[in-house]
Write a protein that binds this ligand. Structure first.
Ligand code: 3PG
Length: 237
């Protein structure tokens, strides 16, 4: 039996501003830093000893992993970062305000873009190096993606496409560790984790619309050797 813990990063600066974040690299807000530390306290209380950690190549998830592991006294745990665990790419919505988008396109359309399984958001026309929001430059695509084959970089993703790029990494790394009985922690993003939860829990394309994952609240799965779920619980303060 192995434990899999999934943590959505703490609140980001763009979550706080209600902006579509996606692949844009933003920091944790003060609240997000506290949420990440709280997640570490909860894991310490739970007494889980991790063998392997995974995260994306986005700062908000990496920082969350480090703060949580530090708080849990397990910063030494080996970690692997992969672009495949990144947030879903929000296409041309990235950097836009979610409430303003709802005023422009309607609540229902924006909800479909945010939560449907297979409707794509408006796509970018081309890869942008950086984007400027509120006078600040943010890297969009940079050297952290140098090893990703050009055609694999998204111009916008729905949850289905997100799952399709998460799954190769699940099979090549995470599932193997779990089958070997290792306890694994993944610090990632609302939608890359929804995609993984869909796969692990066998959630239907329709029901996945209703799954929300909160910032900084660890989800603990106890998994059998065939990766079926013995139990699942969400930790919160
Ligand atoms: O990318 C984002 O904006 C968030 O991390 C997730 O946003 P959502 O809840 O709108 O999918």
């Amino acid at each position: 039996m192995a434990k899999l813990v999934m943590i959505r990063h703490g609140q980001s600066e763009w979550n706080a501003l209600n902006l579509f974040n996606g692949w844009i690299d933003t920091n944790l807000s003060e609240k997000g830093i506290q949420q990440a530390k709280d997640a570490g306290d909860l894991l310490a209380e739970e007494g889980i000893e991790f063998d392997q950690a995974y995260t994306s190549v986005l700062t908000r998830a990496i920082t969350t992993l480090h703060l949580a592991l530090h708080e849990a006294g397990q910063l030494y745990v080996p970690e692997v970062k992969s672009w495949r665990l990144n947030e879903r790419h929000y296409g041309a919505l990235q950097g836009q305000n979610k409430a303003e988008a709802a005023e422009k396109w309607g609540d229902e359309q924006v909800h479909i873009w945010r939560r449907s399984y297979d409707v794509l958001p408006p796509l970018l026309d081309s890869y942008e190096e950086t984007m400027t929001v509120q006078g600040k430059d943010y890297p969009a695509f940079d050297r952290r993606y140098a090893d990703v084959p050009y055609g694999d970089l998204p111009l916008g993703e729905n949850l289905k496409v997100t799952l399709e790029r998460v799954l190769p990494f699940w099979y090549s790394n995470i599932a193997k560790d779990l089958q070997a009985g290792k306890n694994v922690v993944i610090a990632a993003h609302g939608n890359s984790l929804r995609a993984l939860a869909k796969h692990i829990e066998g959630i239907s394309d329709d029901d996945i619309l209703n799954l929300e994952i909160a910032n900084g609240q660890p989800i603990v799965y106890d998994l059998a050797e065939d990766l079926s779920i013995n139990s699942k619980k969400t930790l919160s303060k």
